[in-house]
Design a protein around this ligand. Structure first.
Ligand SMILES: [Zn+2]
Length: 205
C-alpha cells in the first residue's frame, strides 16, 4: 500500500511538472489577439452573400501537403493561396480558417463563420479548419508549430464549446487523403493535442 501511494503521488508530481514544462499557460483572449488577420496580411474578404454560414462543432487539423522551405514568405504564400482558391477552384476563399507557419505564427484564412472547402469527400460544415504549412509525410513539425496548434485548438474549444473529443484530423473523415501527414497525425493519434488542450482549457473556464 505504501508503495502504491508513493508511486501514485510520484506520478501526479510528474504530471504536474510535465504539464508546466511543456505548456506555458495562456488565455483564449491572448491567442485571439495574436492572430494575424486577413486585413493585416493583405488579403481581401470573401463575398458574404456567397458563403455557407455554419456553427462550429468540430476542430479539424490539416497540413499544406507541399514542402515549405525555410525563408519562404508566409504572406506571399497566403496571397497566392487566396488567388488560387478563387481563380482555379472557384471557392469563395482559402479553404482553411487558420494557417500556422514554420515559426508558429497564426494567420486568419477564411472567416470562421463560413464553412470551409475540400478536395475530398467529407463535408467540412461545422468544422474549424486549421492548416499547418509543410508536408508532414516528409518532415517533422517544429515545436513552435505544435505549440501553435495547441494554442489554436484551445482557443477554438473555449470560444465555441467544442468538446476535446471532437478534435480530429482530415484523414479521420476521408479515405482519400493522408492529410495531415503521418508525422503530424501522430500527435492526434497519441492524444498529445487533446491532452494539452485539456490542460490549457482549465484556466480559461
Ligand atoms: Zn486536409
Amino acid at each position: 500500500m505504501k508503495h502504491l501511494l508513493f508511486f501514485s503521488s510520484a506520478f501526479i508530481a510528474f504530471l504536474l511538472i510535465e504539464g508546466c514544462a511543456s505548456s506555458k499557460q495562456f488565455s483564449a483572449a491572448e491567442v485571439e489577439h495574436s492572430i494575424i488577420t486577413m486585413n493585416d496580411w493583405g488579403g481581401t474578404p470573401a463575398v458574404d452573400s456567397l458563403a455557407r454560414k455554419h456553427t462550429i462543432t468540430h476542430i479539424t487539423l490539416h497540413h499544406q501537403g507541399e514542402p515549405f522551405p525555410k525563408g519562404k514568405d508566409p504572406v506571399q504564400y497566403l496571397r497566392n493561396l487566396q488567388k488560387w482558391s478563387r481563380n482555379e477552384k472557384k471557392w469563395i476563399d482559402i479553404p482553411y480558417h487558420y494557417i500556422i507557419d514554420l515559426n508558429g505564427t497564426i494567420y486568419e484564412g477564411r472567416k470562421i463563420d463560413y464553412a470551409g472547402d475540400t478536395n475530398t469527400e467529407y463535408d467540412p460544415t461545422g468544422h474549424a479548419l486549421i492548416e499547418v504549412v509543410g508536408n508532414f509525410e516528409e518532415v517533422e513539425p517544429s515545436q513552435e508549430q505544435l505549440d501553435a496548434v495547441v494554442r489554436m485548438m484551445t482557443y477554438l474549444s473555449v470560444k465555441y464549446s467544442v468538446p476535446v473529443d471532437s478534435i480530429r484530423a482530415h484523414k479521420d473523415y476521408s479515405s482519400k487523403t493522408v492529410c495531415p501527414g503521418k508525422n503530424l497525425y501522430r500527435y492526434i493519434e497519441n492524444g498529445y493535442f487533446k491532452n494539452h488542450v485539456q490542460i490549457n482549457i482549465k484556466p480559461n473556464l
